[in-house]
Write a protein that binds this ligand. Structure first.
Ligand code: MG
Length: 266
């Protein structure tokens, strides 16, 4: 490369770098308040659509109970391990060995807080479910009360891909769609590694999550970018150990149910 070409290339590189710095600065100074200028559709993506994979059936016809070292979060009897996020006891409807969301009672979370773990949770969309897109069996399970793994009836139901079942909500679409049809039980096995933080509150190491639904991989050690916001960018907020939180979503469809919830601390 001759001298003048080298100078041009160097100048171009310098200019590019300064633009990046300027953009970085803009993002930092904008912060959470910047999301006020955004609408929900700005963070919703429709393609490519994860392919449908039909999960295998359980040979025994009944799943399995918690292993010996697990902490039981719900065994079908009561919600003593849970509380309402807005305060007081968890008051969702426990019946027939399952717990059904009560949309009037709001989100619930575990009393105990966790850091790194393996979580097992089973959920069922009612057979008579109605609605479409995000208004069809919407719930969610939040890692450390901060990061939502979406729960939704995505059986023959189209929505934005980064809001599908098993998405890191509005961040990372699932690899595939492994839904069982309404009335059947879906199983999530989730492996979560908590973030660590620098003194300034930014991530030193990022949170990661692996999600398996009905024996099929949806998230493969996916990096979580921050909080799972309905509107705007993920936010990074320093935190310590946190609860498992289950979402009582405001959509008008019939409420979903959960059963057999246990966790193994890692
Ligand atoms: Mg949700």
């Amino acid at each position: 490369m001759n001298k003048s070409l080298f100078a041009i290339a160097a100048l171009a590189l310098l200019t590019t770098s300064s633009v990046v710095v300027a953009q970085d600065k803009k993002q930092v100074t904008t912060g959470p308040a910047g999301n006020e200028l955004m609408s929900p559709g700005m963070s919703e993506f429709y393609k490519p659509v994860p392919p449908v994979v039909v999960p295998g059936t359980d040979l025994a016809g009944g799943g399995f109970t918690a292993p010996s070292d697990a902490i039981i979060l719900f065994d079908g009897k009561d919600l003593s391990a849970w509380e309402s996020v807005s305060g007081g006891p968890a008051e969702w409807n426990v019946h027939d060995g399952v717990v059904t969301v009560d949309k009037k009672k709001g989100d619930i979370q575990t009393k105990q807080k966790f850091t790194d773990y393996q979580l097992h949770i089973e959920w069922q969309v009612p057979e008579n479910i109605t609605g479409e897109s995000q208004a069809r069996g919407n719930s969610g399970v939040f890692m450390q009360g901060m990061y939502e793994i979406q729960i939704l009836d995505c059986y023959n139901n189209t929505t934005y891909t980064n809001g599908m079942t098993g998405s890191v909500y509005k961040q990372s679409r699932p690899l595939v769609n492994a839904m069982r049809k309404p009335g059947e039980w879906n199983v999530y096995d989730i492996i979560y590694t908590a973030p660590t933080f620098k003194e300034d509150g930014s991530y030193r190491t990022w949170p990661t999550v692996t999600v398996i639904q009905n024996g099929v991989l949806l998230q493969n050690h996916t990096t979580i970018l921050g909080t799972t916001e309905y509107i705007g960018f993920p936010q990074v907020k320093a935190h310590g150990a946190g609860p498992i939180l289950l979402q009582s979503h405001g959509d008008p469809s019939e409420p979903i149910s959960f059963r057999n919830i246990w966790i193994r601390e890692l």
